[in-house]
Design a protein. Structure first.
Length: 95
């Protein structure tokens, strides 16, 4: 799909691709698709696996210094990033 983008000087065509984004019951994007997400879903899963294997929160924090220890704890306890998708929304992205 292409979309014409008109500017003052020229007309550009931008290619759009379809991406399916998981959303909550309220229709808000969840996981790494949320606009405030700082870590990927793969990193969240890795944190939980490391905790289940017995690693301490400080050791996990050393691998993910951009995430606070409190946030890692909440992720491992399924207090954060634990919403399951209610449905999937089609979104058009450039690229």
């Amino acid at each position: 799909m292409t979309r014409k983008v008109t500017g003052k000087k020229s007309i550009q065509k931008k290619k759009l691709r379809i991406v399916y984004v998981p959303v909550s019951d309220y229709g808000h994007p969840i996981g790494e698709h949320h606009h405030k997400a700082k870590i990927s879903d793969a990193d969240v899963e890795l944190m939980r696996q490391l905790k289940e294997q017995g690693q301490a929160l400080k050791e996990i924090n050393e691998r993910f210094p951009e995430v606070s220890e409190c946030t890692i704890r909440d992720i491992c306890l399924y207090k954060k990033r634990a919403t399951t998708p209610a449905r999937w929304r089609k979104v058009y992205k450039e690229g």
